[in-house]
Design a protein around this ligand. Structure first.
Ligand SMILES: Cc1ncc(COP(=O)(O)O)c(C=O)c1O
Length: 365
């Protein structure tokens, strides 16, 4: 099977093999050495000199951690959302008692940094901004650098969901001034689900000192104290650490610039391939189309779920459907992490065969 969903993504063989190793003492020397290694390497990939914590959870746990560690109930928060995951970020903040102003953008379009500017100007009491770097549900990458520069202008806290972009698309945590940035192991990191990585800036630490939202498992103070001892506060997912240890070496060997270039090339290849089949992208402006996931409109009202089924059952390729109101209306192709040109060639070739089976006549090459 060619697993072409936007996470979990396929893992290289050596990453999988690493996970078959015996357990070790998570309070012992061997784990401590691994923890030091992977934390240092993660910092390189986050492009930060700040702290990076490894939490045992999926990406959503990291999103929750970013909120409960920096905010108090009643704090005003600005949510910039253009899809399912932007809405989720706002929902988490609201659930913990934040007073959330939601600025919503049409799905398929990018967040407009000027709208963020207006909202921050209109309400000086806003303390933090929630942004999604890559909106996986619509295949749109927001201009985080521009958003961050607006947030810096007003000197607010910037919490970023970079779950499906970090390690694939350029995100300069320190240079752009992002305060907490979250990602998940099952995305661009070539590792199974189970760990989230979060960076914490000095500004975020300041906010943390007075943040009153309830937290126990996610507490950054505990994470920081235990990191000094080269440990995590709670029992970590040791096998996923083994996988990460190997995957990070591969990533740094490839190099950040090459990783970004590969994702840009494969993103373009996927988009060009869809257009060659006569299909249209869900992203309204290709300038913002994501280099990690491509969302494609199902042609002529054909149920996107049917396309998924035929691709899986008859062509050995697993693609994703649309989420929420986009169910059946789009399908999505993941191209992040351990992915090569031939994986994308496969998808385009097999889609050309599969689409006529669901009633869509593919134009000649
Ligand atoms: C942008 C984004 N945010 C949040 C999530 C949620 O992450 P998880 O399913 O790992 O909790 C995902 C996962 O698809 C995502 O792509």
């Amino acid at each position: 099977m060619n697993l072409r969903i936007p996470g979990p993504t396929p893992c290289p063989d050596n990453v999988l093999q690493a996970m078959s190793k015996q357990m070790i003492n998570h309070r012992g020397k061997e784990f401590g050495e691994m923890m030091t290694r992977v934390t240092a390497r993660l910092k390189e990939l986050f492009q930060t000199k700040g702290d990076v914590f490894i939490l045992t959870c999926s990406g959503t746990g990291g999103m929750e951690a970013s909120i409960v560690n920096t905010l108090s109930p009643g704090d005003k928060v600005l949510s910039l959302s253009n899809g399912v995951f932007g809405d989720r970020f706002a929902n988490i903040a609201e659930r913990f008692g934040a007073d959330v102003t939601r600025v919503k953008f049409e799905w398929g379009r990018a967040v407009d940094p000027d709208a963020a500017d207006k909202a921050l100007k209109a309400d000086p009491k806003i303390k933090a901004v929630l942004a999604t770097h890559n909106e996986t549900s619509t295949g749109v990458t927001n201009d985080l650098e521009a958003i961050a520069s607006v947030v810096r202008k007003y000197d607010k806290l910037l919490l970023v969901d970079a779950i499906s972009s970090l390690g694939c698309i350029n995100l300069q945590v320190d240079n752009w001034g992002c305060d907490v940035v979250v990602t998940g192991s099952q995305k661009g990191w070539m590792v199974p689900p189970g760990l989230a990585f979060v960076s914490v800036s000095q500004r975020a630490w300041q906010a943390h000192k007075t943040a009153k939202m309830p937290r126990f498992y996610w507490d950054f103070t505990s994470a920081g104290d235990f990191l000094q001892k080269k440990q995590t506060p709670w029992t970590p997912a040791v096998s996923i650490f083994y996988a990460l240890d190997v995957a990070l070496v591969m990533m740094l060997e490839e190099g950040l610039r090459n990783i970004f270039a590969r994702h840009a090339r494969l993103g373009q290849k996927t988009r060009d391939g869809m257009k060659s089949l006569g299909l249209t992208l869900y992203a309204a402006d290709e300038k913002y189309a994501s280099n990690t996931v491509t969302a494609v409109n199902s042609p002529f009202g054909i149920d996107g779920k049917k396309i998924q089924e035929v691709m899986r059952d008859e062509h050995g390729i697993v693609i994703s459907g649309g989420q929420s109101t986009l169910a059946g209306k789009i399908f999505r192709i993941g191209h992040l992490g351990y992915v090569t040109d031939s994986d994308i060639d496969d998808v385009i070739r097999e889609l050309r065969q599969a689409l006529p089976k669901v009633g869509y006549k593919v134009p000649h090459k």
